[in-house]
Design a protein around this ligand. Sequence first.
Ligand SMILES: Cc1cc2nc3c(=O)[nH]c(=O)nc-3n(C[C@H](O)[C@H](O)[C@H](O)COP(=O)(O)OP(=O)(O)OC[C@H]3O[C@@H](n4cnc5c(N)ncnc54)[C@H](O)[C@@H]3O)c2cc1C
Length: 324
Amino acid sequence: MQQAVARGATHRRSFVQEVRRGPPVEVVTGDASERYDLVVLATGLNGYPLALYSFDYRPPPVGSMFQTELYLGHDEVQRRLGSSVHVFLPPDDVATYGILIPKGPFVTVSLLNARSQMRSLRQFLGLDEVAAVLGKRVRQVCGCLPRISVGLARNFVDDGLVAIGDTAATRLYKNGIGSALATAERAAWTAIYHGPGRYEFATSYLPLCDAIEHDNRIGRLLFLQVPLLKRAGMLPMAHCRLAADGRGRPGASELHTRLLWGMFTGAYSYQDLFHMTLNAGLLIRFMRALGSSVLHCAASRTRLSPHARRPAIGGDGVGRSDVL
Ligand SMILES: Cc1cc2nc3c(=O)[nH]c(=O)nc-3n(C[C@H](O)[C@H](O)[C@H](O)COP(=O)(O)OP(=O)(O)OC[C@H]3O[C@@H](n4cnc5c(N)ncnc54)[C@H](O)[C@@H]3O)c2cc1C
């Protein structure tokens, strides 16, 4: 924002109440009504809905994320989590999955599809595997229940109107800031070099959003393994074996670590991740790890508690937690 202003943009803080079809498009704020050649809808998904008159824009479908910050202190975070993201697969009645991300003296807890907010958080923090990482002395400092986009908006390009970021297309469960930047950049490029009309956006901007959505479809396919991982204990065990093997060793195990890391961060596209899953070396190593886990499960079935059959995936082998 500061750089845009330094290059001549005017920044005015106003709450936009209405946008009316043009040309030129009319923008109504609390104290003024102004007309512009192009309005860029960049209002995200967590503000008050904006009234768009005579436009057919439909926002993307949304899911819910329960987000909270825990304070542990710098040393304790380093000792307990290091710089690794930890991914857990809690029971379905708690959440689809939960992630712990170390951020300085804090740990961010993200629960996807938390069933009952605070109760889900308490249940999640109470799980043996989570408590083993965080300890019992955690202090919750804030929390929120943001909406997240889980699909593509509709009719988001029009004459004099283009939506970007969360209001248009974003990568599934990750790297929303990167998607906001990419869509903003392409929309700006289109408006400047081709024009601010529906046809220009449809031919030069929509292909980027369609590509994001195409990649998300592959992501949805990859996330289908989550219910499997929860129900078949030997699968996460096999992942853990491979991840543990990967520390310091090249080849298939390293690829596996990249795969786990990429599922929850913006580092790789879902298409790249899908190709990684088809790597022959990785498949062979995974089948071996799965075989060992099946034997292990058979041998120790009577000794395992229900919690021990649902281990965390990722852990120390996942990598650094820079962007989610
Ligand atoms: C808790 C949480 C953690 C996240 N962590 C990460 C992360 O680590 N990395 C990552 O890449 N992504 C993360 N995301 C996703 C990321 O924040 C979003 O994908 C990204 O911010 C979308 O950018 P945007 O510009 O489309 O919308 P937003 O960032 O939501 O910005 C919309 C802006 O529009 C303003 N606005 C809304 N309505 C009006 C109006 N009527 N008039 C004027 N202004 C209005 C809002 O005040 C806001 O400033 C996270 C999201 C959440 C909720």
